[in-house]
Design a protein around this ligand. Structure first.
Ligand code: AAL
Length: 374
């Protein structure tokens, strides 16, 4: 039921429609939206092995699965300080360099026990010999899938990371690595100059994922495996919305690929880590951190064409969503609680918990109209 122009003028508190400010003209052009997708987050420290530990980085937690009375999550774990990109290619560059994917469990979502390495780096020369990190987990037909970022040595700024996959019949593993990467950057840009640590000088940037494919999230939708991911472009720039980061999706009939990147990519014009869930037969996506549409909650019936349904104040980094709350009838239920990470300092990060909630006060268009009519 479309809201009348007069009701919109009233609702937006416009005192004189003969003098519409630019801001009011923009507000009048907003699509009609209720506040069912609006909410906020509180972040708090965790106990046990997820409490901050000097000298250790634990970050980029995956989704959380609840299996046999226990919560399970996977994350990046490394040790020691980072030196950045130096002349010595063996130096630890980022906190996610020289990283393995680890597994932890919890009875209550507050106190976590670090269990063991789930997926370790590969042998020298293999596509994942330098680092495996930023994992996501997906359970399908009784099989568990871990997808994660991979880097092959040397870890230079111009390295083109890829995405790997491992499978298991239990959250406890053992995890069997798929021998080949399942997703790679478009690699169709052209660098300018030959400085291995210069990722900004280009002759051309080309595709949104010409340099990196990051933050993979695997799910099954509309009869196909969907791999959502973050793309980084060779020579990305700072725009009016900050850093240029966009999301993409690739589909396949098999979790091991071959994956076909959507011709509609990029499917977001903003964002950073990927936070995807199922709602009302479509796909929800929370866009955070970078770009003009940061801090928006979006939804796409087809999993590709996302519309903004809410603008929120802020959102936690690198969210690990609780999959028990997926496919819910309420759009914001997926954010009841989950995991995120915090920078203690540039070298060390640790995993925290977020709790999402929605404001009690709600004004829906319908009730508002009634008031008008009187
Ligand atoms: C995170 C993620 C990916 C990047 C790095 C570690 O925010 O986007 O994982 O590679 O930062």
């Amino acid at each position: 039921m479309n809201e009348s122009y007069a009701a919109k003028i009233q609702r937006l508190g416009i005192t004189d429609e003969g003098h519409l400010s630019s801001a009011s003209k923009r507000a009048l052009a907003w699509p009609e939206r209720n506040n069912n997708w609006y909410g906020q987050f509180r972040v708090s420290n965790l106990k046990g092995d997820f409490a901050y530990e000097e000298g250790v980085t634990r970050r980029d937690p995956s989704s959380i699965l609840f299996e046999d009375g226990l919560y399970h999550t996977w994350y990046s774990r490394s040790e020691g300080p980072s030196k950045g990109f130096t002349k010595n290619f063996d130096d630890k560059t980022w906190p996610w360099d020289y990283t393995d994917v680890w597994h932890a469990t919890s009875k209550d979502g507050i106190t976590w026990k670090e269990q063991q390495v789930a997926v370790a780096r590969g042998k020298a020369g293999e596509f994942d010999d330098r680092s495996v990190f930023t994992p996501e987990v997906f359970k399908h037909d009784g099989t568990y899938y871990l997808v994660y970022q991979t880097v092959k040595s040397p870890y230079i700024q111009r390295v083109k990371n890829q995405v790997g996959i491992s499978t298991a019949n239990s959250p406890w593993g053992p995890w069997k690595k798929h021998p080949k990467p399942i997703l790679s950057p478009a690699d169709n840009g052209q660098w300018l100059g030959d400085d291995p640590h210069d990722r900004f000088s280009v002759v051309n940037k080309r595709d949104f994922d010409s340099h990196k494919v990051h933050d993979p999230y695997l799910t099954f939708f509309n009869g196909k495996f969907h791999l959502y991911y973050k793309g980084e472009q060779m020579g990305w720039e700072i725009t009016f919305g900050g850093r240029e980061i966009r999301h993409g999706v690739a589909t396949s009939d098999s979790p091991f690929g071959p994956y076909t990147k959507s011709p509609f990519n990029p499917i977001s014009n903003s964002g950073h880590e990927v936070a995807i869930w199922h709602y009302d037969g479509g796909i929800g996506s929370l866009i955070t951190t970078d770009g003009p549409e940061r801090n928006t909650v979006q939804w796409a019936k087809d999993g590709v064409n996302f519309e903004i349904l809410a603008h929120i104040k802020s959102a936690p980094n690198a969210m690990g969503l609780l999959r028990t709350n997926d496919h819910s009838q309420q759009p914001f239920k997926i954010f009841d609680w989950g995991l995120t990470h915090k920078y203690q300092n540039k070298d060390y990060q640790y995993i925290q918990r977020f709790d999402g909630s929605q404001p009690k006060r709600s004004i829906t268009l319908v009730t508002y109209k009634l008031k008008c009519a009187k």
